[in-house]
Design a protein around this ligand. Sequence first.
Ligand code: DX5
Length: 230
Amino acid sequence: MSRPIQIAPSVLPADFARLGEEVAALEAAGVDLIQWDVMDGCFVPNLTFGPDVIAAARAHTSLPFEAHLMVVEPDAMAARYIEAGCGRLIVHAEACRHLHRTLAAIGELGATAAVALNPATPASAVAHVLDLVDLVLVMTVNPGFGGQRYLDTMEPKIAEVAALLDAAGRRDQVDIEVDGGIGPDTIGRAASAGANVLVAGTALYRHRDGLQAAVSELRDLATAAAPSPS
Ligand code: DX5
C-alpha cells in the first residue's frame, strides 16, 4: 500500500512578523502539516527559528508541526522543540555522531523521529535505523536557503530509500519526504521516484493564485505521478 501524498509547507518564505496568522492561513489552504526549518548558523549558513518562536505559533493552528533540525547538536535541542509543539523531529544523519542513539532518544521523549540526508550522503546511511523512524527526508537541495534549484540527481536516491524500506518491510509505515526546489515542474518527478511528503516554500508562496490554489495544484500533480499501490 503506498503512503498518502502530503503537502508540507516550509514557512521560510512566510512573513515572520505574522507567523501566527501565516500558519492559520496555511491550515485554511489545506496543507497536511507544517515544517519548521530550524537552522543554527553552523550546520548551515543561516539562522532561523528557536523553540519559543514555534511555541508562539503553536496555538494558532491544529496542524502537526515537524522540526527539520539543520543543527550541529540535535541531541541538546530535541526536548525543547518537542515542548514547543513539534510532534516530529527530523535530524540530519551528518550531524549525529551516534544517529541510532539520537533517534531512539527522540522516541523516548515522546516524539516521532525522522532522519534527513544531504545530497552527498548515500541512502545506505539510514539502512540500520529504519526501525526507529517514521520518515526519511531526501534533501533535493543543499540545506540552508529556500528558492534553490531542484537537484534531479537525487531521484535515484529517493528510489534507493524506497527499496531499503521495502527490504526492511517498513515501506507501509515510513514516509519519504523531499525538500528543496519542489514546485509544479519538479513535484511529479519526486513523487514518481517514491516521495510522498513534499515540502515546498517558494512554490507555495509565489503561486499567482494564492496558497490554496498552490496546495491543490501540487497535491494533484503529486497524486497523478505517484506510483500505483503494489
Ligand atoms: C533548505 C530549506 C528549503 C525550504 C524549501 O534548507 O529546507 O528547502 O524548506 O525551499 P523551496 O523554497 O525551494 O521550496
